[in-house]
Write a protein that binds this ligand. Structure first.
Ligand code: ATP
Length: 426
């Protein structure tokens, strides 16, 4: 385009005025272009640019010219500049300033925060990750489904339910599509997945919990054991990491992240052995006790040091820890153990799942153990009375995955507009 007239639109990132010459850095989603203004050539435009507040949106028409001095290797000599939208001053948040703002200020001004390349990059990568996941799952014969997010009963315990008014009744926001995806296992849609928001009224303020997250839920029928389920979870991670490596190079560069090939197959550590591993590192934990956040972290360190493994399964969760997961199948040969697993990424759980209990009698017994009213789960239970194949699946936290993939310090960095105890806007 050198020597030709071009028109570009973007944000006025910075104006450097050197007296007779000034440089306007105009930024759009592709990068930054230098617009060079000579006072003696066009005083009117020169003065206009000098008065434009940073971050205003402009349309610039002019000649594209090769330039050794301009960072991009070319510049635009303008003949026309329109101010499409003038920015107020001062800015609520700097875009190119070196001084970092705290996360709250950034989230309160997310539209401005997202003008920074490294902030935007995480969301481009999240999108590429979801593409990779969808591609892999459809190649494996999975059907994408949508299930209701306004529900009559929770599946993950009452403590984290959000109640909503539903006409003249009470309803809840779905904590997970658990009951529906199991319901679908009775239909012949043997392999399904859903990518949708899940809502949890998480009371504590942590770097890995939010009140609304994107849950990738997978369920498959006619399985032999939890191994079939783990295989799918592993496939999703390996393939989506590869997809990101191949299709998000500039974004990974902007974030300074290098995603290596994970060690495969992902190592598997039995829950009981995981407890012993962290105990041998000095953590006070009784056998069978919940690893908790600290235990998970410590196990992550051990797995990296000893096995060079970023990603690993913790398997055979004890029944005692999964009792409230009323739909979890306990092992036939040892009812004190389940086939449930977590997939952890550098010391943080990202996936949790396993084989479900598909036998009506056993399932209802486990529900009674949890003092659940069978009537309020009738729609769920009914499907188990008319032919339900053995099945299993998992819930996969998309933001937690992106957080660990990109070494983001807080899960909120992987959510455009996070929801938590204190945040309802923007
Ligand atoms: P945790 O013990 O870490 O609170 P959980 O056991 O409640 O998680 P599950 O109910 O097993 O989690 O949900 C499956 C996956 O969904 C988790 O592995 C995680 O990736 C994601 N997830 C669950 N709760 C949240 C949350 N509040 N914010 C973000 N992701 C979540």
């Amino acid at each position: 385009m050198y020597g030709k007239e071009v028109t570009v639109g973007g944000w006025a990132q910075e104006v450097r005025n050197l007296g007779g010459i000034s440089f306007l850095q105009l930024r759009d989603s592709h990068g930054v272009v230098q617009v060079t203004l000579l006072k003696k050539r066009n005083k009117e435009l020169f003065d206009l640019v000098a008065s434009i507040p940073r971050e205003s949106v402009l349309r610039v028409t002019g000649e594209a010219k090769q330039s050794k001095e301009a960072r991009a290797g070319y510049e635009i000599l303008p003949s026309k500049i329109d101010i499409l939208s003038k920015a107020e001053t001062p800015l609520p948040l700097g875009v190119v300033d070196k001084v970092g703002a705290d996360l709250d200020t950034r989230l309160n001004n997310r539209f401005m925060d997202l003008r920074k390349d490294e902030v935007k990059a995480a969301f481009r990568i999240k999108s590429v990750t979801l593409q990779g996941i969808r591609q892999f799952l459809s190649s494996q014969g999975f059907t994408e489904v949508s299930t209701p997010k306004i529900v009559a009963a929770g599946a993950e315990g009452g403590a984290t339910l959000f109640q909503v008014k539903y006409f003249d009744r009470n309803a809840y926001l779905a904590q997970s599509p658990q009951l529906y995806k199991q319901n679908l296992m009775a239909t012949g849609l043997d392999r399904i997945f859903e990518i949708a928001p899940a809502f949890r009224a998480e009371a504590s303020d942590t770097i890995r919990h939010i009140a609304e997250f994107t849950s990738l839920d997978v369920e498959l029928a006619f399985i032999e054991s939890s191994d079939d389920v783990m295989e799918v979870a592993e496939g999703i991670v390996i393939n989506s990491l590869r997809h990101v490596r191949e299709h998000a190079k500039p974004e990974l560069k902007a974030l300074g992240v290098d995603i290596g090939e994970p060690l495969t197959p992902f190592p598997r550590v039995k829950y009981a052995d995981a407890v012993e591993m962290v105990r041998s590192r000095g953590m006070k934990l009784e056998p069978g006790e919940d690893l908790g956040t600290e235990g998970e972290k410590l196990l992550g360190d051990v797995m990296i040091e000893e096995k060079k493994a970023d990603l690993y399964f913790i398997t055979e969760f004890p029944t005692a820890l999964k009792r409230s997961t009323f739909y979890a199948k306990r092992r036939d040969d040892d009812p004190e153990l389940t086939g449930y697993f977590d997939l952890d990424y550098r010391g943080q759980e990202i996936v949790s799942g396993g084989q479900r209990e598909h036998r009506y009698d056993v399932l209802t017994e486990q529900m009674r153990e949890n003092n659940l009213s069978l009537e309020s789960f009738e729609f769920y239970l009914k499907a188990f009375r008319y032919g339900m194949p053995p099945h299993g699946g998992f819930g996969f936290g998309v933001e937690r995955y992106v957080q660990k993939m990109l070494n983001l310090p807080n899960i909120r960095e992987a959510v455009l507009y996070p929801r938590d105890r204190s945040r309802l806007t923007p």
